[in-house]
Ligand binder design. Structure first.
Ligand code: SF4
Length: 357
């Protein structure tokens, strides 16, 4: 006998579950967004898209996905590519350990000879968690595994008016069990995508579009007016503001930069502008402007300042400006470069004086 879905103190009947699946999938068939990874069932391409979509918005991922797939169309191509190439194609997406894990996993897959086709084998690949494994298993291979991300947690806790605390592992486990019961048996991949699509485009965090919702008639939170109370999430985190100074030191068409070591916890192998920690004896010049940059819970305000190179360059190296585009650059360096190239007078003067000397 099929499990029933608990909706607070009542349950969705089997016929309501069928109706939910039917209405959600019909809506998805008609209104799903046209996204490049929706045109394929290739597990490799789906895996790349799901990895990019972790922590990054859909609109930002699309061009990265297309460029990445054009350059590394198969797991063999990814396995054989130089790491610096992969990082350069990933630069801007952040969380670079994801790109490194992709290559590690691609090399393993190459040793298997084919992309694994069971949930357990996909889940065992480096960098793949429950969510990505379920997405690839269900969409590429039609396996019955429910995907549960932030969107699905929100949709489900509202549809079921479930007060489970999704900040706790227990609460998430509970909602995941509910998602598994609700999963459509004949189209699990489409159903998973439809749940995520509903959360991303209709059942929005602070402004759910209930009048446009295909499952509104079955939604317990809508009936009770509790949409804004779901999901329950008790942990509140506050972002931290931090002010940092990076130095722009340019001389004879070269820029002074340094490379993060390979064993660095943060962005190993990437090139950065120096800060006071790399060049303690630096001569500090005028400010060229500021920009903001956020990393997880930290909000940085970077001040880009002209600097005079000290005698001891420490870990820094001169790199010709026209060679920079071939290196994996940190987002901070890229943002600073854009800011400086906007036509700052101080840099223009510096460039013309070094050109004429
Ligand atoms: S009816 Fe409203 S709250 Fe319920 S699932 Fe649809 S959009 Fe979300």
């Amino acid at each position: 006998m099929p499990k029933r879905l608990a909706v607070s103190n009542r349950v969705l009947s089997e016929s309501q579950v069928q109706l939910f699946r039917h209405d959600l999938l019909s809506w998805f068939d008609l209104f799903q967004r046209n996204l490049p990874w929706r045109k394929t069932r290739d597990p490799y391409a789906l895996w790349i898209s799901e990895t990019m979509l972790q922590q990054t918005r859909v609109a930002a991922v699309i061009p990265y996905f297309e460029r990445f797939l054009a350059r590394f169309p198969t797991f063999q191509a990814l396995a054989e590519a130089p790491e610096s190439d992969i990082l350069a194609y990933w630069a801007g997406l952040g969380y670079y350990y994801r790109a490194r894990n992709l290559q590690k996993a691609a090399r393993l897959i190459r040793s298997y000879g084919a992309f694994p086709d069971t949930y357990a084998d996909i889940r065992a690949l480096p960098g793949i968690g429950d969510y990505t494994a379920a997405a690839v298993a269900s969409i590429a291979f039609g396996l019955l595994h429910a995907t549960v991300d932030g969107n699905v947690l929100r949709v489900l806790t509202r549809v079921l008016d479930d007060a489970a605390d999704i900040a706790s592992a227990r609460g998430r486990r509970h909602v995941t069990e509910q998602a598994s019961v609700l999963l459509d048996r004949s189209r699990p991949g489409d159903f998973n995508q439809a749940m995520m699509e509903l959360g991303a485009t209709v059942c929005l965090p602070s402004n759910p579009q209930c009048l446009l919702c295909p499952v509104a008639s079955l939604c317990a939170a809508r009936k009770r007016g509790t949409q804004h109370l779901r999901p329950v999430k008790t942990v509140k985190t506050k972002s931290i503001e931090e002010h940092r100074v990076v130095f722009w030191i340019e001389e004879a068409g070269r820029l002074l930069v340094w490379q993060r070591p390979e064993d660095s916890r943060l962005m190993p192998g990437f090139w950065e502008l120096p800060e006071r920690s790399e060049l303690p004896a630096i001569g500090v010049g005028e400010s060229l402007g500021t920009f903001r940059h956020g990393i997880t819970l930290r909000n940085y305000r970077f001040d880009v300042r002209l600097g005079m190179a000290p005698a001891d360059l420490g870990v820094c190296r001169w790199v010709p400006m026209d060679a920079l585009s071939r290196l994996p650059l940190s987002t901070v360096l890229k943002k600073a470069k854009r800011l400086v190239n906007k036509g700052d007078k101080a840099v223009a003067t510096l460039r013309s004086s070094t050109a004429s000397s």
